[in-house]
Design a protein around this ligand. Sequence first.
Ligand SMILES: N[C@@H](CCC(=O)N[C@@H](CS)C(=O)NCC(=O)O)C(=O)O
Length: 256
Amino acid sequence: MKCFQPVIKYIVLSWAVLLKKCVQRTKLNKMSLKYFYDLMSQPSRALYIILKMSGVQFEDCPVALRNGEHLTEEFKTNINRFQRVPCIIDDGFKLAESVAVLRYLSAKGKIPEYLYPKYFVEQARVDEFLEWQHITLRITCALYFRTVWLDPLLTGVKPSAEKVENLKAHMEMNLGIVENVWLEKTDFLCGNQMTVADIFAACEIEQTRMADYDVRIKHPKIRAWLKRVRAACNPHYDHAHQYVYKISGTAPNSKL
Ligand SMILES: N[C@@H](CCC(=O)N[C@@H](CS)C(=O)NCC(=O)O)C(=O)O
């Protein structure tokens, strides 16, 4: 029996070393994802909420757009060649575009099915919204926000009333489509379950608070839906929107 002792000791030690390596590798893998974002950016907030809800471990890499941190050569070369947020570096793999990042993480099994369905028919419905929103809801809400709030802050020049009305009309046309088409028969945009589509859309619409636009007035379905989305995503929703709430001076319960 004595002669087996060194062998047993060797096996036990090898297992201990292997286990330690596995734990170290798991920790390293968990943190190999770097997320670059600014909570003032709508798609950054959406992805932030999705990552938090999915329990994805990531290295927090906030980027202050207001300070031009994304405009440096270092950012362009080492982080995102398009100099925008959100973006990730996953174990050395650089990826920009919020929807591409979402699909990449889903393919890696990091996003739960209830947020981004795996069954191709259900996934296609969510993708339909994600494709639709870029040049409709996003562009018109973002342009309104930019023209009414951001540009005057940066340049000191106010837009003409005519320009604001024009942008508002375009934005409201798309809000009308959300109200009457996407939310026609269901509690959420792609059915009766909340998905990433709702999170992306809500983050775009919330941005208009800062331009003092009250979406509730003309859109009762959007108003009720926003409450549902917030409830389903909290506490991450309120955390992601902390600056939007602060700057707009609207506490979550007092407006929207
Ligand atoms: N289509 C991109 C949009 C990214 C984008 O426009 N990001 C803005 C913030 S919301 C940005 O980084 N802007 C910096 C700049 O334009 O200088 C996505 O969905 O990720």
